[in-house]
Design a protein around this ligand. Structure first.
Ligand SMILES: *Cc1c(COP(=O)(O)O)cnc(C)c1O
Length: 359
């Protein structure tokens, strides 16, 4: 007799959640219309709610965060322009080189995957001269996904360094650069720090927030900015095939998610901390102190790469994700409760303890 296979627990990403029964019910009941004609009341309600929360005049509902980001690049950049971004930016490493492929823009990196500061931005923009592409777009991301869901500070502690989003936004405006905030997980930053969403968004001309990450809606992103920017974004939405007609069934899920799943992100954050604390004594990785819902653990010698741990964990029913070649990522989300987490911890301890170190 073999022991029953444990339920598979999927911690690869906070995108793996399924809509709850309550969410499916509001989707089924959603009032809809043709979004391409601006007729869908649920889409309009979602756009109004998010633009109000972000403190921006207008918003457009889009199928994906990637489309929000790429439309922003398209609106702000001409071929040959540059975007200033930290090396771990989603737009740089997870969007199929679309800034280059679709808009002809080059991403110039600065700082670390933990962000950058005003002096670094100033230095990058200072290089503009013969042959050096003009930096049209200053790119911010909060939370910093690649770095493990770290909130990018709004204000820097006085005099310490200059990495505050507010300082960066001020500098960019004073130097006529557009600023975009990729806030796929801005909700997590807001819940973790208590800083209002609109205070973060005020540092940027445009902000994109995801509905399908921690909030647990099946799809969607909302891109916010001023009226002119959003009008232009709507044109590109349609041009790229993002006009999704009776999208109210999806917008209704987003509205429900903001109303019912925002405060509970604190539970994901607490579970991420619990997971990291429980797994810290295992010899295979350096366990961080997570600040939001992502746990990113660099493997330790003699382990050499993440898949050496991800593969046996997956076989035992815990799916995790190689964040980079040498880092294992666990994402906490709506689909994992406290009882699941205790089982997950037990499985990981058992698997790792039994694992012969690689030679
Ligand atoms: C997930 C994510 C995106 C893209 O969102 P999709 O809806 O998956 O296209 C963009 N930026 C960041 C920081 C993300 O985490």
């Amino acid at each position: 007799m073999t022991a029953p296979m444990p339920a598979p627990f999927d911690l690869r990403s906070d995108t793996v959640t399924r809509p709850t029964a309550a969410m499916r019910a509001v989707m089924a009941a959603a009032e809809v219309g043709d979004d391409c004609y601006g007729d869908d009341p649920s889409v309009r309600a979602l756009e109004a709610m998010v633009s109000e929360r972000m403190g921006k005049p207008a918003a457009v509902f889009l199928p994906a965060g990637t489309m929000s980001n790429q439309i922003t690049v398209r609106v702000r950049c001409r071929p040959g322009d540059a975007i200033a971004a930290h090396p771990g930016a989603h737009v740089r490493i997870h969007e199929d080189a679309s800034a280059a492929a679709i808009s002809g823009a080059q991403i110039m990196t600065l700082g670390t995957r933990g962000g950058y500061g005003v002096r670094e931005l100033e230095a990058l923009c200072h290089e503009e001269s013969c042959g050096w592409p003009p930096v049209r777009l200053v790119w911010l991301e909060n939370t910093l996904g690649d770095a493990g869901g770290v909130p990018w500070p709004l204000h820097d502690p006085a005099g310490a360094h200059d990495r505050g989003l507010d300082d960066l936004g001020r500098w960019a405006r004073a130097h006529q650069r557009a600023v975009h905030l990729d806030g796929a997980r801005l909700w997590n930053a807001h819940v973790a720090t208590g800083i209002p969403l609109a205070a973060y968004a005020a540092c940027a001309d445009s902000v994109a927030v995801s509905l399908s990450k921690g909030l647990g809606a099946p799809v969607g992103s909302v891109l916010c900015g001023d009226e002119a920017f959003v009008a232009e974004a709507r044109r590109h939405k349609h041009a790229l095939g993002g006009g999704f007609r009776q999208a109210g069934v999806l917008a209704a899920a987003g509205l429900h998610a903001i109303e019912h799943h925002l405060d509970r992100l604190a539970d994901d954050h607490a579970r991420a901390t619990r997971l990291a604390n429980a797994l810290r004594e295992l010899p295979c990785w350096d366990m961080p102190t997570p600040l939001t819902n992502l746990v990113v653990a660099p493997v330790r010698a003699p382990w050499d790469h993440a898949e050496q741990l991800c593969a046996p964990l997956r076989a035992a029913g815990v799916h995790c994700y190689p964040n980079t070649y040498r880092e294992v990522r666990f994402a906490l989300h709506l689909g994992i409760d406290d009882a699941d987490l205790e089982q997950i911890i037990t499985i990981i301890r058992r698997v790792v303890t039994a694992l012969p170190p690689p030679r």
